[in-house]
Ligand binder design. Structure first.
Ligand SMILES: [Zn+2]
Length: 292
């Protein structure tokens, strides 16, 4: 009887394994794709909200999602922003319902899913990714950079300098120390055309950090989309024309970037996605679905 039970369990076990095969590697898509991953959520205190020169009543929902993005192009892939808590920590805290981390005194992160499991679901591993870039080096955008040390890092000199500046409390060097020796491309101009065909452009928007930047995508059916980094955090900052936060690296530069980017959005008929806006991110299709 016991033997029979063990056989039944073995058969059941193998059939479960057969239902979840390890995914085949993704092949390059025929046209540009954008995948949106869930890299966590920030709970923001009232003091934190008012830093953006808006009130809790004006913003309504104060929580800020932390998305990560994978751009898949026929010629390669680009990871854009890589989360707030490293996958390793998320795995260790899985049984506790997710990993928690205080980014600062006003922002508490909760992360339930690893970035690499979401990449694996669509056939990629960090080692397959051609390029990695972040909108800026703050802690809530860089947690998994070390996993992409084999990718080519697209970085601006001023941001690199900011990342290794001694006693810089806005960054967490243990998130990215392996990138110090990575192959990198130093972006010196306003725009950098990642794949050389105008479909994926990294564009400078400094001020929030020394070389904060945004990503502009020309998607076949979705159209032109800008991943806005932290140019804004809450939509009312934009619609009510509020001044940038006082703790920006350079407030005047931030204000100038906002003006320049708004002109660019109008001129090029591009839609901006505010990466920390709850409603924007909630309404996006999440991976394994994608935008093309
Ligand atoms: Zn942020």
């Amino acid at each position: 009887m016991l033997k029979k039970l063990i056989v039944v369990m073995l058969v059941l076990g193998s059939s479960v394994a057969a239902q979840t095969p390890s995914r085949a590697k993704a092949s390059p898509p025929k046209s540009l794709r954008l995948y949106v991953f869930d890299c966590g959520m920030l709970t923001i205190s009232t003091e934190g909200v008012t830093r953006y020169h808006v009130t809790p009543a004006e913003v309504g929902e104060a929580r800020m999602p932390v998305p990560c993005f994978l751009v898949a192009h026929p010629k390669g892939t680009l990871m854009w922003d890589v989360g707030v808590i490293p996958d390793e920590t998320v795995e260790k805290q899985a049984s506790a319902g997710g990993a928690r981390y205080d980014v600062n005194s006003t922002a508490a992160a909760l992360v339930k899913r690893t970035l690499k499991s979401q990449l694996a679901e669509v056939g990629y591993s960090p080692a397959d990714i051609t390029y990695v870039a972040v909108s800026h080096a703050h802690k809530d955008h860089t947690a998994n950079l070390n996993q992409f040390a084999a990718s080519t890092w697209l970085v601006r000199p001023a941001e690199r300098e900011f990342m290794w500046k001694p006693a810089n409390e806005r960054v967490e060097p243990s998130f990215f120390n392996r990138l110090e020796k990575s192959k990198s491309i130093s972006m010196e101009k306003d725009e950098y055309d990642v794949f050389g065909d105008g479909t994926v452009i990294v564009k400078a928007a400094p001020g929030h950090t020394p070389a904060h930047q945004v990503l502009v995508l020309r998607l076949g059916s979705t159209g032109r989309v800008m991943l806005g980094g932290d140019l804004y955090h809450y939509p009312p900052e934009r619609t009510l024309h509020r001044a940038p936060p006082d703790n920006e690296f350079n407030v005047q530069q931030s204000a100038a970037s906002r003006t320049a980017i708004e002109e660019y959005l109008t001129k090029t008929k591009t839609t901006i996605w505010i990466q920390h806006d709850f409603k924007t991110i909630e309404n996006l299709k999440k991976s394994p679905a994608y935008y093309d």
